[in-house]
Design a protein around this ligand. Sequence first.
Ligand SMILES: Cc1cc2nc3c(=O)[nH]c(=O)nc-3n(C[C@H](O)[C@H](O)[C@H](O)COP(=O)(O)OP(=O)(O)OC[C@H]3O[C@@H](n4cnc5c(N)ncnc54)[C@H](O)[C@@H]3O)c2cc1C
Length: 370
Amino acid sequence: MESVDITIIGAGVIGLALAARLVQPNKTVVILEQHKHIGEEISSRNSEVIHAGIYYPTQSLKATLCVEGKELLYDFCQQYQVPHRRCGKLIVANTTDDEERLALVQQQAINNGVNDLQLLSSQQVKKLEPAIQATSALLSPSTGIIDSHQLLLTLSRLAEERGALLLRNTQFKQGEISSNRFILNVQTGKEAYQFSSQVLINAGGLHAQTIANTIEGFPKSDIPSLYYCKGSYFKLAGSFKLNHLIYPLPEANTTGLGIHATIDLAGQVRFGPDTEYIDRVNYDVSTHHLTTYCQAIQRYYPGLKKEQLVPDYAGIRPKLQAPNSPPADFMIQTAAEHQIPGLINLFGIESPGLTASLAIANKVADYIGV
Ligand SMILES: Cc1cc2nc3c(=O)[nH]c(=O)nc-3n(C[C@H](O)[C@H](O)[C@H](O)COP(=O)(O)OP(=O)(O)OC[C@H]3O[C@@H](n4cnc5c(N)ncnc54)[C@H](O)[C@@H]3O)c2cc1C
């Protein structure tokens, strides 16, 4: 049976960042991707925002890996010419209640080591963004946007150039543990085969729980519940231009960050994502809640007309947070938790996973001593 040092399941941004980080001249790394192309699931259905790390609970993995990952990502983008822009974002307040919450957001940011937020008056906001209405706002200068497709392509090119083997159209089916190695059963098209690996990293995104479930001998009680939480986007028809990302205050329990306005590198304005817990994967953008959606945006962009909102795309968050419950952190599960040496499960890698990807890769590299 063929054997390799490290197998990564999933070629989304996390699996690819891991592969690029872990591959060494003396370490064989294989990445298994069930689809024909890389990054077809969560990694290509998101807001493409480089987050500052403002809202997450202090010391959580989301906070620490976002703050660290943001700097790593900006450096990486510069080094490898990945298109990005440090455009900054405004978190806008429109009521007294909002203003009180804005102060809490600023304090939370400071607790997380994000010390560059600036409080702006209504007039200062108007100067920066004439169409945006706010009684005050926080400017986050370190927030930016990135071309996530170019990031994925760059990571996969680096991983392959450094010697990793990326197997597309190849699905991980089942694994078992034998003499401290993993025996892995995979399928490419109709062909099934088996190989062994010393380390197994589960970066399966929306399928991470299913993957863990098929590893024989892995305690089922260690698999956290998964909740699909869909976010739909609408693009704005017309020639409206924004210079900054515009965010309202986050939703209760930070389930989502509120229906915000983002811009892509081509200048297209897009609104979303909302939060909708769903039972099964489905990427249709429904116009059911368009009125509520529109009202949420009109609080900070009163000039919006409902007919300008054009359904765009949807993404699904792999949440560990049940509806109406407190926020859950990323879960990077190692032998310290499940007592199986060499197995790392990445559960609940929702936002800010794109921003944190390089920091997550470093953390996993530390765990396995590479
Ligand atoms: C609506 C939304 C908005 C977001 N906005 C942002 C943002 O602005 N900024 C930010 O930092 N983060 C954002 N995120 C989070 C970010 O997109 C994710 O954290 C990140 O993309 C997760 O990457 P991943 O590699 O874990 O998952 P994925 O990209 O889904 O990759 C997992 C891969 O595993 C493969 N796979 C699964 N099972 C198998 C199997 N059995 N065999 C082989 N392959 C398998 C899948 O096909 C998939 O390609 C957002 C997420 C969503 C949903």
